[in-house]
Design a binder for this molecule. Structure first.
Ligand code: KDG
Ligand code: MG
Length: 416
C-alpha cells in the first residue's frame, strides 16, 4: 500500500490546492502565468504563454482546468498530468499542452519549495557545470550581421545564431534593428511580409562564408530557416552550408511530414534541429526514431511541462539526439528558469537558446539564474527560482499582438 501521507514532502492536508489564478501581463510583451496556492501557504508558478494566442490558454485554464485543481494534492504531479491529458477526451494541441505545462511546472515548483531543493536536484542532480547558450545576431546584410556576431563573441558567447536581410525583402524573419530584442509579434493584426526563396537561398551561403572568414572555425554558428523551404530546397541549403560547419540548421522545412527530412538527410550532413512548434512526444516520434534530426527543440511551456518533455528527451537519447530548447523572448522567465534546471540535469543536453528579456520583464519576474561567459547557470533557491511581482505586473495590461504572416512575391500564402 502506498502511504498517502508520505508520498511527497509535507502532509496531504498541507499540500492541498486551495486556489489558482491566471495572471496576464505585458511588460514589453505579453505573458500568461499560472499561480497555484496550497493550504500550507506555499505556492508555485507556471508559464502559460502561447505567442499571439495568449487569451485562448488563459480561458482554457480558467474555465476548464482550475476548477479541477481545487482540493487536489499538489504533490501528485504525475497523476494530475495524466488527469489533464489522458483523462480528457480532447487532448494535445498547443492550447491544451501549454495549459497542462503551466500546471505541471507550478506543481514541480511547489514540490521543490516543500522539499527545500532546487528543481535540478529533484530531477536527478547536476550533469554539467553550466548551460551552453546561443544568442541572436542579425543585420541588414552579411557585414552588419558579422559585426553583431563579433559583439556576441566579445561578450563571451560561444555560440551565435545568425540571421540576415535578404535583398528585395523588407521584413525577413529574424532581423531586428533593436539589439537583443527581436520581437516578431508587433501588430494587433498580422503584419504581411514578403518571401522569396531564390533570393534567400542565394544569400545564406554568402552570409556564412563571411562569418567563417571574419570569426574563424571555433565559434558555433546556428541558423533558423523558419519553415520557409520545401524539402529539396532545404536539402540544397543544408548541402551548400556544409563547408561552414553549422552547429545546426533549424526548421529547414515544415515538420508535419517527417518524410521531408529524409530527403534533406539523403543530401547533407549539416546537423538539423526541429520542434519548437511541437507539443507532444507524438510529434517528435518519427523524426527521432528514424534519426532524421540531431536536436529536439520542443520545450517545457508548449509540450506539457517538465513531466512530458522529460519523456521526449529520453526518446531523443535513445536515438543519439540532444536537446536544444526554444528560448525566444515569448517564453517567459518562468520557462527559462525551469528549462535551465532541466538543462543542468538532462544527460543528452545540446544547447539552450537565449534571448535576453527586457528590463521591464525581468523586473516583473525576479529570478536567480545568471549568465557568465556564454553559459547560463540556474540558481540554488528551492523550486525553479523565478517569482512574479503581481503589483508590478498589474501595471502592464494585456496588449493584443499577433505574429506576422508571409506571402510569396506573387501573393501566394506561405509559411511564416
Ligand atoms: O513565437 C514565435 C517565436 O518564438 C519564434 O518565431 C522564434 O523561431 C524562433 C526561434 O527559433 O527563436
Ligand atoms: Mg526557430
Amino acid at each position: 500500500m502506498v502511504d498517502m501521507q508520505t508520498d511527497s514532502p509535507g502532509s496531504e492536508r498541507d499540500r492541498r490546492i486551495v486556489a489558482a489564478r491566471v495572471i496576464v501581463t505585458s511588460p514589453g510583451r505579453n505573458f500568461v502565468s499560472l499561480l497555484i496556492e496550497t493550504r500550507s501557504g506555499i505556492s508555485g508558478l507556471g508559464d502559460a504563454t502561447l505567442n499571439g494566442r495568449e487569451l485562448a490558454v488563459a480561458a482554457y485554464l480558467e474555465h476548464h482546468v482550475i476548477p479541477n485543481l481545487i482540493g487536489r494534492d499538489a504533490g501528485r504531479i504525475e497523476d494530475t498530468w495524466q488527469f489533464l491529458y489522458r483523462g480528457a477526451y480532447w487532448r494535445r494541441g498547443p492550447v491544451t499542452m501549454t495549459a497542462i505545462a503551466a500546471v505541471d511546472v507550478a506543481l514541480w515548483d511547489i514540490l521543490g519549495k516543500m522539499a527545500g531543493l532546487p528543481l535540478y536536484r529533484l530531477l536527478g542532480g547536476r550533469s554539467r557545470e553550466g548551460v551552453l547558450v546561443y544568442g541572436h545576431a542579425s543585420g541588414r546584410d552579411p557585414e552588419e550581421t558579422s559585426a553583431e556576431v563579433g559583439r556576441f563573441a566579445a561578450q563571451g558567447y560561444r555560440a551565435v545564431r545568425a540571421q540576415c536581410g535578404v535583398p528585395g525583402l523588407a521584413k525577413p524573419y529574424g532581423v531586428t534593428r533593436m539589439k537583443n530584442a527581436y520581437e516578431p509579434a508587433e501588430s494587433e493584426l498580422p503584419l504581411e511580409t514578403l518571401w522569396s526563396t531564390p533570393a534567400y537561398l542565394d544569400m545564406v551561403p554568402r552570409l556564412f562564408e563571411r562569418l567563417r572568414a571574419d570569426h574563424g572555425r571555433e565559434i558555433e554558428l546556428l541558423h533558423d530557416a523558419h519553415h520557409r523551404l520545401t524539402p529539396i530546397e532545404a536539402a540544397r541549403l543544408a548541402r551548400d552550408l556544409e563547408p561552414f560547419r553549422l552547429f545546426w540548421l533549424e526548421d529547414a522545412t515544415p515538420a508535419e511530414n517527417p518524410d521531408g527530412f529524409e530527403l534533406i538527410r539523403r543530401h547533407s550532413v549539416t546537423p538539423l534541429a526541429v520542434g519548437e512548434v511541437f507539443n507532444s512526444v507524438w510529434d517528435c516520434r518519427a523524426l527521432l526514431e528514424r534519426q532524421l534530426i540531431d536536436y529536439i527543440r520542443t520545450t517545457i511551456v508548449h509540450a506539457g511541462g517538465i513531466s512530458h518533455v522529460r519523456r521526449i528527451a529520453d526518446l531523443a537519447a535513445l536515438h543519439r539526439a540532444r536537446t536544444g530548447f526554444h528560448g525566444a523572448t515569448d517564453l517567459s522567465p518562468i520557462t527559462l528558469g525551469a528549462a535551465l534546471h532541466f538543462d543542468t540535469w538532462v544527460p543528452n543536453f545540446g544547447i539552450q537558446e537565449y534571448m535576453q528579456h527586457t528590463q521591464e520583464t525581468d523586473a516583473v519576474f525576479p529570478h536567480d539564474y545568471t549568465l557568465r561567459e556564454g553559459y547560463l547557470h540556474c540558481g540554488e533557491s528551492p523550486g525553479h527560482g523565478v517569482s512574479l511581482d503581481e503589483r508590478l505586473a498589474a501595471r502592464y495590461p494585456y496588449n493584443p499582438r499577433q505574429l506576422p504572416i508571409a506571402r510569396l512575391t506573387d501573393g501566394t500564402m506561405w509559411d511564416w
